[in-house]
Structure formats: C-alpha cells, structure tokens
Design a protein around this ligand. Sequence first.
Ligand SMILES: CC(C)(COP(=O)(O)OP(=O)(O)OC[C@H]1O[C@@H](n2cnc3c(N)ncnc32)[C@H](O)[C@@H]1OP(=O)(O)O)[C@@H](O)C(=O)NCCC(=O)NCCS
Length: 176
Amino acid sequence: MAVDLTVPRTPETGSLPSGTRLEMLDPEMDGIAAAAASAVPLGHVDFGLWSGVDRFEYWRQLLAGEGPCGPVLGEASRVVRDQGGAILGALVVTDMPASGWWAGDAWIPELFVVSGHQGQGLGGLLVGHAVQACVDAGHRRLGLTVSEGNPARHLYERFGFQPFRATWLIERPDLR
Ligand SMILES: CC(C)(COP(=O)(O)OP(=O)(O)OC[C@H]1O[C@@H](n2cnc3c(N)ncnc32)[C@H](O)[C@@H]1OP(=O)(O)O)[C@@H](O)C(=O)NCCC(=O)NCCS
C-alpha cells in the first residue's frame, strides 16, 4: 500500500497516553527485536513470516541501514517507551531505493505495538508522526507491505494508504 503525500491533509492530533514518550530510534538500541516479536504472537497472520529469521540480525541491519530498505529516516521514525523505559512500540521509515515495482521514496518496513498496548491509539500516533514528518521533508510517497487479513490495514486506510501491488507467497511445508 502507499499514500500520496502531495494530497493536502489535516494532520492527526492525538496525544500520547500519560507516562509514555516518543523518542528517536537509536541504531544500537536494545530490546527492539524482542519487543517486535511480542507484537506478533502465534496466531497472528505474520507469525509464520518470521520462521527461520534471525530477528536480532534483521533489526541490527535495518537500523544500520544495511538492509534492502535503505537508510533510516530519523525524523520520521520513532519508538514509544513507558515511564520505566520499556519499549511499547516503534515505527521505522527508510528511504527505499527505486526498483522494478517502486519508484523510490519513503517506506515503512516495520511498525509494531506490543500486545498489551494495542488498540489504544499508539499505532495511529506513530503513523501520523511518520506521515507528517515525510510531508515536512518533501517526500511524495510513503509505502509499506501489509499481509492479507492483517487488521493493521484499517489503520493504514485511515491515513489514505491504498493498494498498489499484490504479491503472493507460496509456502512449502515440506521444505521447512
Ligand atoms: C498494527 C499495530 C501497529 C496497530 O497499532 P495499535 O496501537 O494497535 O493501533 P491503534 O490503536 O492506533 O489503531 C487501531 C487500528 O488498528 C487496527 N488494528 C490492527 N491490529 C490491531 C489490534 N491488535 N488491536 C486493535 N486494533 C488493531 C484496528 O483495525 C484499528 O483500526 P480502526 O480503528 O479503523 O478499526 C498493532 O496492532 C500491532 O503491532 N500489530 C501486530 C504487528 C503488525 O501487524 N504490524 C503491522 C505490520 S504491516
């Protein structure tokens, strides 16, 4: 899905729950891979996508800008922490290079809110921040991938994201 950032929009005005804070992502932050894993438990539509993936190495590469999604856009990316500093959620925005299916522009490779804090507006605050920061920085388009059946799609549609491409993954349990 992608949202056209050149279309005029009214910025979302939500406020953080008391005791929580929004911070910039630190490329070497501890705990983010484990927090992200807790947001996608067994039964979540994306659970199987992580089978065999070294989550710690994935997050290390993503935050270092070494992965296929490109360098992290620091002003658009954020982590939410509680009073004690525990990670409640995070959203990463990168400058995704152009490819055969993407013209090249801002991209959200990761968004999560830990299980006990979902449905309370944190995801919306993170997406709202990312959209506004990308508009302010002059980006024209913001894209992401969402699995069929993931309710996160409703959240993206609220911000004007629309489908632009579909891919199918064929699982071979015999090769696991
Ligand atoms: C998707 C996610 C980041 C949304 O964060 P959130 O804080 O729960 O979202 P908000 O409370 O701001 O907004 C709720 C909206 O998100 C959708 N949503 C997605 N997952 C949800 C969940 N577990 N609980 C409640 N709402 C959820 C709802 O449909 C709702 O949309 P609506 O208000 O139009 O019905 C979070 O639920 C999550 O981490 N899910 C697991 C990881 C994941 O799927 N990430 C997205 C990958 S593309």
